[in-house]
Every structure is written in C-alpha cells, then in structure tokens.
Design a protein around this ligand. Structure first.
Ligand code: CDT
Length: 323
C-alpha cells in the first residue's frame, strides 16, 4: 500500500497593517477551497500568517503589540478557517504569533488534521535579527524582542506519516532537519517571511532566492524527507518579501514552486514511501552516522579555533613579517 498525501503550498501575498484578521482569514479560506478542488489533504500556510510582519517595527512597550498575537486558537476570527477545513476535509498548517495566558510570546505554528483538530504545535527555535531598536536599518527585524525561543523540534503522527514543523530562519540551520530526521520525519512544513533586503550584508539580497532553495533542498535530500516551504510574499508595508514557495521531494528535487509574490497555491502529491529510498540507502543514519565524533554539535555554541591552530597561524604570520 502506498502512502500518498496531496499537499498545497498556500503562499500568502502581502498583509498590510490595516488589514483585519477577518480579511486575512477570508483569503485563507479561498486558498483552502482551491486546495480542496485540487484534491489536497493538507494546505500549508506561512509563518505569522494572520498579520503583517510586525517585528519590522519597534515599540517601547511590548503590550503595544498585543493586537498582533493570538491568545486562543481557534479564536473568534480564526474559527471560520477551522470550520471550513472540517467541512472540506482538508487539514492545514498555520503560523501565527502566540501570547500564552501566563504572558509568554512565541512565533508558533500548528498542524490541524482534516477533522479540524489541532494535532501538533511548534514554537520557533532559531530567532533571527536583533533585540534592540536599531534605527540605522531601513526596517527592523526584532524577532528577538517580540518572541521567546521554543524548546525543541517534535514530530507528529498525522496525514498517514511522520510530520514535523520548523519556522523560517530554522530552515537555514542543518540541525533543524537533522533533529527532525532523527525522529523519522517524512514531511517537514516550514513557513517563512524573508525580507529581500538583509541590512547587515546587502550583498546577500541578490542571493535570497538561491539560499532559500539551497537550504530547503539540501535539508530534504540529506534527511530523506519531503519539505514544504511556504512564503508570506510581496511588498508588505514597503518591505519586499521573497516568494518562491516550494514543495521538495526527498531527492532534493523541486516538485512545485510558485511563480508570483501574491496569494498562490501550488500542489504536489507526495509519496511518503519515497523517503525510504534515501533513509534506507545513502542516508541510513543507523548504519552510517557517527554521533561519537559529533560531540561539538551539542556541547558548543560558537566556533572555537583550537589553540594549536591559532599558534600555528601566529607563527606563520611572524615568519612572513620577518621575511
Ligand atoms: N522570519 C524570519 O525568520 N526571517 C529570516 C530573516 C533573517 S534576516 C534578519 C530568514 O531567515 O529568512
């Protein structure tokens, strides 16, 4: 018996500050219905789907930003999305800002099964950008101010397979995919908001699309899993966000990719059994991995050039100075 799941990557175009939750949810329902017509079992929405990407602005007091966070899921404005999903029998993945009853703030994603029940929740682990106001930037990237970091990558038994989640900047870190891969993940869902302009090194602006494909495709291939990367795209409040949402096979091949930076659904049917072609051959972790020599990965955070290498480099520099 094959295990196939038809997936819709539901890219969402820009959401402006003035757009209400209800307006956004209406757009999501249109994409969900389109997914149902295309035979989707699962429709994947991006990171922080319900609002504009608010970490681009500084506020003196975090409470001023409370309106961007969800205090319940579903809440009155998101309930229609859950209702429509259940009616259509289509599951979904949704990213949003979460404010917990005890005051914690997370960049969160949930996985919702075809009957409308939440089967998994993930809180972003790798928070990019900065924590203080940096007025020199054209726009801020204050995720480290607005959110606390989540504490791990879990997988969930859903849609007939092993499903994991990650959010945006997580996709640039190989550890993300590996920790999921080590739990047998067959399908990783990753929403993103990626500004084209990267203030600390603007030379990277021209590489945003290339780097996006590079990390999603290598993560898929090196772990033998399907990866779905979904953008909030287009010009949001004057800030251009990358599109290029894609569904990637365990071979690393792109099976579907968006062509616009607006609301756009692309669909691919994922055979989860294809994962075994990679997980049981070249990437047979149990047979080939060598965790005993990877100790630095979990014990060390930043790079440490060993003392003997530093000494050798200093000696070489001395010799050059003397010659
Ligand atoms: N949302 C998010 O994580 N965006 C980051 C931008 C990094 S630049 C501060 C990304 O990795 O795409």
């Amino acid at each position: 018996m094959t295990r196939t799941i038809t997936i819709g990557a539901a890219q969402v175009g820009p959401i402006q500050l003035a757009d209400t939750r209800s307006m956004v949810v209406e757009r999501l329902i249109v994409l969900l219905r389109e997914g149902a017509e295309a035979g989707c079992d699962l429709v994947v929405f991006p990171e922080l789907t319900l609002t504009t990407f608010f970490p681009r602005w500084w506020v003196d007091d975090l409470a001023e930003a409370d309106r961007f966070y969800e205090t319940e899921m579903p809440g009155p404005e998101t309930q229609p999305l859950f209702d429509e999903a259940r009616r259509l029998g289509v599951g979904f993945h949704l990213g949003y800002a979460e404010l917990t009853p005890d005051g914690h703030r997370y960049n969160t994603a949930i996985l919702v099964e075809r009957d409308g029940t939440i089967v998994g929740r993930y809180r972003k682990v790798h928070l990019p950008g900065h924590e203080d106001h940096e007025p020199w930037r054209a726009f801020q990237h204050l995720e480290r101010y607005y959110f606390e970091a989540g504490d791990g990558f879990d997988v969930h038994g859903a849609f007939g397979g092993v499903v994991g989640m990650a959010i945006c900047n997580d996709r640039r870190w190989p550890e993300t995919y590996r920790v999921l891969g080590l739990q047998g993940c067959e399908l990783a869902l990753i929403g993103y908001n990626t500004p084209i302009h990267y203030a600390p090194d603007p030379d990277q602006d021209r590489l945003q699309g290339f780097h996006n494909g590079l990390v999603l495709q290598s993560g898929a291939y090196q772990n033998g899993m399907w990866v779905v990367g979904v953008a909030k795209a287009g010009c949001e409040e004057g800030c251009d966000l990358l599109g290029e949402s894609a569904i990637i096979a365990p071979s690393g091949e792109v099976r579907a990719v968006t062509a616009t930076v607006g609301d756009e659904l692309v669909v691919a049917t994922a055979d989860l059994d294809l994962c075994a072609n990679f997980k049981e051959t070249l990437f047979d972790f149990d047979r080939y991995r060598r965790p005993e020599v990877y100790e630095r990965i979990t014990t060390q955070r930043g790079p440490e050039v060993p003392a003997h290498v530093q000494a050798a480099l200093a000696a070489a520099e001395n010799r050059e100075d003397r010659s």
